[in-house]
Design a protein around this ligand. Structure first.
Ligand code: DX5
Ligand code: ZN
Length: 218
């Protein structure tokens, strides 16, 4: 487990007319990564941003880009997202027939590979893939929208991942995404990386980030 939590504000809750300003502001406020939610209107019932936007963000971001793909057939697009500058590229296990091959390809193309799953998907589905991953993301809301309520029943997945990492001596990071605020972050103390959209962007950025880091130390 990392000694200090990493904070990845989700720009889904940022002002889209001022993304450069927003990213520089969260960097100055102590954020560690920028979380970029990519949705295709098929895998989830919402549309957000794509490869050209990631390419533009890469030019101005002082922070690594943590790109969360909520799209069908990610194998068609991973090369584009990596060339555009994704540092971490996370796919949903439900979104492709060949998750292992996609994860291997992400690494071969030079990015860090992440795996994630919907709240209704059993953790067992991703356990055989952990050796191929630099990050495992636990969703604590149904993917698709920011500002939803935290699903407490998903916390057991974080503990299970922590156990597997210890037993199998793996070094991947555990990230949690959805409904994270200073209280729910405490409940997820076994995670390494907190994604937070509304909690950061609807509050004072530096205060929110400090609360997520300071009050979540274990
Ligand atoms: C949901 C996205 C999240 C979302 C989090 O599909 O993956 O990253 O932006 O937003 P909050 O923190 O507001 O729940
Ligand atoms: Zn996300």
């Amino acid at each position: 487990m990392v000694s200090e939590k990493l904070i990845a504000p989700s720009i889904l809750s940022a002002d889209f007319a001022n993304l450069e300003k927003e990213i520089k502001a969260i960097a100055a406020a102590g954020a560690d990564w920028v979380h970029v939610d990519v949705m295709d209107g098929h895998f989830v019932p919402n549309l957000t941003i794509g490869i050209p936007v990631v390419q533009s963000l890469k030019k101005i971001s002082p922070l690594p880009l943590d790109v969360h793909l909520m799209i069908d057939e990610p194998e068609k697009y991973i090369e584009g997202f990596i060339k555009a500058g994704s540092d971490y590229l996370t796919i949903h296990v439900e979104s492709t027939k060949e998750p292992a091959a996609v994860l291997r390809r992400i690494r071969a193309l030079g990015a860090k590979a992440g795996i994630t799953l919907r709240p209704g998907t059993s953790i067992e589905k991703i356990l055989p893939l952990l050796e191929l991953c630099d990050l495992a993301l636990v969703m604590t809301v149904e993917p698709g929208f920011g500002g939803q309520s935290f699903m407490r029943d998903q916390i057991a997945k974080i503990s299970r991942l922590r156990q597997e990492i210890q037993t199998r001596k793996l070094s991947l990071l555990i990230e949690v995404d959805g409904g994270i605020n200073e209280q729910t972050a405490l409940e997820c103390h076994e995670a390494d990386v907190f994604v937070a959209g509304n909690y950061v962007f609807k509050n004072d950025y530096a205060t929110a980030i400090a609360h997520l880091k300071g009050r979540s130390l274990v």
